[in-house]
Design a protein around this ligand. Structure first.
Ligand SMILES: Nc1nc2c(ncn2[C@@H]2O[C@H](COP(=O)(O)OP(=O)(O)OP(=O)(O)O)[C@@H](O)[C@H]2O)c(=O)[nH]1
Ligand SMILES: [Mg+2]
Length: 547
């Protein structure tokens, strides 16, 4: 089979190339020297590189005319399709007049996609001394160079060479067919400050894990070292394309929100589905949404996010069969047209509104009770604190887990304290709600606005921070900013959690920031009595029990 730059070739040239593509090669490896010499002559005449794909039986499956980087995914072009390929392909390239034999750039990537056992490369003419230089390469596991030199030598000698030992599986190639967890390559634009960069990457990793993916690699570029439109430079993307193959990533996740054009471009260059951070967060929400209300809001958020991105997104949006970024109640709508989606958004919006009214009625039933809300960055320990304060009976605790966005639906619990003077016990309500994160996708904030607003209507907000996280101050700033964005006017009180594992320095910093801060550890049970006492002393109008 003859493919590539065949237009414009003379019939006689085409015939000769056809014949070459029918030549048999040895079964066990190596190549037919005469065929390679003829290939060299054709390459010289055409002034083009020529490549052969030879299978384990020595049959030539394909002759590619021209640079391999223009071949797209060679494997898909092989007659019989990828299924029929064994794992024992050989690649042979006459590189033309070049003396530099090592595969580089996109050609190296295309070669890797084919997963050949070896790649024999040689120029179209022998050297001055009659020796014909050639080199045999095998896929490498090193990140910087995708191919490593296995055997240099004379072309005639290399044609005798048996197949190299089978490759280690880390070599790259196709995304795994159906991995238990999606293997994710992180593609990040990080700030100049190394500490901050480390934190942001750790957070992205946490998001991938929380979405059920497995981070298997990282390619990062310093922010600002490239133009705004391109985000990542060309060289960096090539590195990412190689890395994605090397670590066998089935998905690439970026820490930046992408425009449809950027996403499309990345998918083309990386040859993998690409999701951005917002999609990741939406996906986690979709997985966590347990209540009807939660699912409603997640679907609304997903559709609002996807509607402006529908045009021309291609690969990702039509991606079927699960995986990060594709799950959730919004999925069935994806293939429908924009108008249908817009209608669906309208309907969901009305439902969410009705939900808000229903909640308002519930709320009025609770009138007169003091209400506190636990708010804070995701994974700070809000749910753990609710559980610790309200001493749940077996099975009634809310889920507290080392996952981002473990909590989605708000939970309200009643806290009861016997009255000191023997009167009726004092009660107050404590609500645990969804956590915050920096750059929360706006459609998500919009969709969850009513839930959040309801929570934030509490009399006081308890701002829970994880003091053991080195980024706690930045996280606290994020929380304040989101609350401000939601026009929350309730008084805010700082609760510094996880003091069982934080540094003494962090304790000092928290005290300096807010002298009124309350130190606790939800899981080690530290400071809880004091917090409880503080809560009741700030629930100034004790409500009657049994409401
Ligand atoms: N060592 C220590 N771990 C804690 C403490 N409080 C919470 N954790 C752990 O931190 C993790 C997150 O706790 P959650 O209570 O789920 O946090 P959250 O703020 O509700 O998180 P989201 O619901 O995801 O926003 C869990 O693994 C907890 O066991 C603490 O005081 N000390
Ligand atoms: Mg929680």
């Amino acid at each position: 089979m003859l493919l590539g730059r065949t237009a414009g070739l003379r019939p006689s040239q085409l015939r000769r190339l056809e014949r070459l593509s029918h030549r048999r090669h040895p079964e066990q490896g190596g190549a037919d020297l005469l065929a390679l010499q003829r290939l060299a002559a054709e390459s010289e005449e055409l002034e083009l590189p020529l490549s052969l794909v030879v299978d384990g039986r020595g049959l030539c499956r394909l002759l590619w005319v021209g640079p391999l980087e223009q071949s797209g995914r060679l494997l898909e072009r092989l007659p019989g399709g990828p299924r029929r390929q064994g794992s024992d392909l050989r690649l042979i390239t006459c590189v033309g007049g070049r003396r530099q034999l090592e595969p580089a750039g996109s050609e190296a990537v295309v070669g890797l996609d084919l997963e050949p056992q070896q790649w024999l490369r040689y120029p179209h003419a022998p050297g001055a001394g009659g020796q014909w230089p050639a080199a045999c390469f095998v896929p490498s596991t090193a990140r910087e160079c995708p191919w490593q030199l296995w055997q240099p030598g004379d072309l005639a000698d290399l044609c005798e060479l048996m197949a190299p030992p089978p490759r280690t599986p880390a070599g790259g190639g196709q995304p795994r067919p159906s991995p238990a967890a999606e293997r994710v390559l992180l593609l990040a634009l990080t700030p100049a400050d190394p500490e901050e960069a480390r934190r942001q990457i750790a957070e992205l990793e946490g998001l991938v894990r929380s979405a059920g993916g497995q981070p298997v690699g990282l390619v990062q570029q310093r922010h600002g070292s490239h133009t705004a439109q391109a985000l990542w430079g060309e060289g960096k993307l090539r590195e990412a394309a190689l890395e994605a193959r090397r670590v066998e990533a089935s998905l690439v996740v970026t820490d930046r929100e992408l425009t449809p054009a950027q996403a499309r471009n990345l998918e083309r260059v990386l040859d993998r589905p690409v999701s951005d951070r917002s999609e990741l967060i939406l996906d986690i929400f979709a997985q966590r949404a347990a209540s009807g209300a939660g699912r409603l809001q997640v679907e609304l958020a997903q559709l609002r996010y996807r509607l402006p991105r529908l045009v021309g997104r291609g690969l990702s949006l039509s991606r079927q069969g699960g995986g990060i970024g594709t799950r959730g109640p919004g999925e069935t709508q994806l293939e429908k047209d924009r108008r249908a989606i817009a209608r669906r958004i309208d309907k969901l919006q009305r439902d969410v509104q009705k939900l808000g009214q229903h909640r308002a009625r519930l709320r009025s039933g609770r009138a007169g009770q003091r209400r506190f809300a636990l708010v804070g960055y995701t994974n700070a320990g809000k749910s753990s604190l609710l559980n610790a304060l309200c001493k749940p009976q077996a099975g009634r605790g809310v889920l507290a887990a080392n996952q981002l966005f473990a909590t989605l639906d708000p939970t309200t619990r009643r806290l009861v304290s016997p009255s000191p003077d023997g009167g009726p016990p004092q009660t107050l309500l404590l609500t645990d709600t969804v956590g915050f994160i920096r750059d929360l996708p706006p459609p998500l904030v919009e969709a969850f606005r009513s839930t959040l607003e309801e929570t934030l209507e509490a009399d006081r907000l308890l701002l829970v921070v994880d003091l053991a996280d080195p980024g706690w101050r930045e996280q606290l700033r994020t929380v304040h900013a989101i609350l401000d964005g939601l026009d929350s006017g309730a008084p805010r009180h700082l609760i510094a959690n996880q003091i069982d594992r934080c540094s003494a320095e962090a304790l000092e910093q928290a005290r300096a920031l807010d002298p009124e801060v309350l130190f606790v550890s939800a899981t080690a049970g530290l400071g809880l009595e004091r917090l409880r006492h503080w809560l009741f002393s700030h629930s100034d109008a004790p409500a009657p029990t049994g409401g």
